[in-house]
Design a protein around this ligand. Structure first.
Ligand code: NAD
Ligand code: WQD
Length: 336
């Protein structure tokens, strides 16, 4: 059987995508060095689906380990999630981010080329739009970045565009995610950040469970309806389903294609807090603090292209996102 190689498959979005791949009947091989995840997530994937994956605990920086996978497994396509993703950390240790994300991707691409596997789905990010001039954001908006993490995404996108230009036998889907949240509805897998979360939803969730005292709302003087930042939150299972659609698309030889994966609707920080309160049945204390450097006021997708060309759209609303995140948090308060 042909297998899909999933890099970073033990992580948050990766594990949810592996569930959808297995449910759709694909064979799955995962490579992950577990730097930001645990093997337990793949055990839970087995619990959910009744199916297992072939797992390699290895680093993308290890070329030999990578080649061994292509040698051993019959890989037809790659979904590439593996990378470091904390914006703040990337400003402190940019070189580690460049090495891990960019060199890791170059190794992967070299192995793919060597073994003639030229079908790739890449995890890009809405961060490549920088500070957009207007919302909603379409795929043809100008690209720019303001931090080393974002730069790794833009550089990898640029590399892939160059590679495709030079060799049009590649099929590549660049998927630009907006703000993935939520968890599998079984409550068995979900986001499991190390230490104090950087992102809003896991922070709110940890306040709800009593691990953190209050949410710091980073500024209420933005140019938005209630003054707090507006984002396009998308359920991680909708996102995972988008990957299956992208993979199917690649079989029709589309060349290099780029899609926003978002809902098209923006919610403010305060709206998120209130929705989460509804989901968990508790009051969530918060305080307004300074703006976080680098944050923008509004960011949400025009998701029409993915709808038209992939037949994909997000189906799960903000209530479902908060309910599922809470189910995971309350079922496993300490994570994996
Ligand atoms: P995650 O940290 O949960 O998953 C990434 C996985 O990659 C982890 O399991 C980690 O152990 C693994 N990994 C990292 N470096 C590796 C390496 N060198 N070799 C092997 N494995 C390695 O993050 P996630 O939220 O699931 O994100 C997945 C991808 O989506 C990332 O590329 C991220 O940049 C991108 N993305 C995430 C978001 C988000 O908000 N979560 C938004 C846009 C894009
Ligand atoms: C959301 C909103 C904050 C935390 C980041 C990356 C982006 C992408 C997704 C990977 C903003 C506010 C947050 C808190 C707050 N990742 N906030 N208090 O910044 O939109 O996007 O994750 O590609 O590249 O930049 O997400 O969840 O950090 O913030 O008030 O404790 O919540 O100001 O308005 P962001 P976020």
């Amino acid at each position: 059987m042909d297998n899909i190689l999933v890099t970073g498959g033990a992580g948050f979005i990766g594990s949810h995508t592996v569930v959808e791949l297995l449910n759709a009947g694909y064979g799955v091989v995962v490579i992950d060095n577990l730097v930001n995840s645990s093997m337990e997530s793949l055990e839970r994937v087995k619990k959910i689906t009744g199916k297992s994956v072939k797992f390699y605990q290895a680093d993308l920086l290890n070329m030999e380990a990578l080649q061994n996978i292509f040698e051993e497994e019959n890989i037809s396509s790659v979904i590439h999630f593996a990378g470091l993703k904390a914006v703040g950390e990337s400003c402190k240790i940019p070189l580690a981010y460049f090495n891990n994300n960019i060199t890791g991707t170059i190794n992967l691409l070299m192995a793919m080329e060597k073994y003639n596997v030229k079908s790739l789905v890449f995890s890009s990010s809405a961060t490549v739009y920088g500070k957009p001039e207007s919302v909603p954001i379409s795929e043809d908006f100008p690209l720019s970045v303001s931090n080393p993490y974002g730069r790794t995404k833009l550089i990898i996108e640029d590399m892939l565009r160059d590679i495709y230009k030079a060799d049009t036998s590649w099929n590549i889907a660049l998927l630009r995610y907006f703000n993935p949240i939520g968890a599998h509805e079984s409550g068995e897998i979900g986001e499991n950040p190390n230490g104090i979360p950087n992102n809003l939803l896991p922070y709110v969730s940890k306040v709800a469970i009593g691990e953190l005292e209050a949410v710091n709302v980073f500024g209420n003087d933005y140019d938005t309806p209630d003054g707090t930042g507006v984002r396009d939150y998308i359920h991680v299972v909708d996102l995972a389903e988008g990957h299956i659609k992208a993979l199917e698309k690649l079989t029709s030889n589309p060349g290099l294609v780029t899609y926003n994966l978002g809902t098209g609707t923006g919610y403010s920080v305060l709206e998120i807090i209130h929705n989460f309160e509804k989901a968990c049945g508790k009051k969530i204390p918060y305080k307004i603090t300074e703006r976080r450097p680098g944050d923008i006021d509004m960011c949400y997708a025009n998701p029409e292209k993915a709808k038209k060309e992939l037949g994909w759209e997000a189906k799960r609303d903000i209530d479902k996102m908060c309910e599922d995140a809470w189910r995971w948090q309350s079922k496993y308060p300490k994570g994996f």
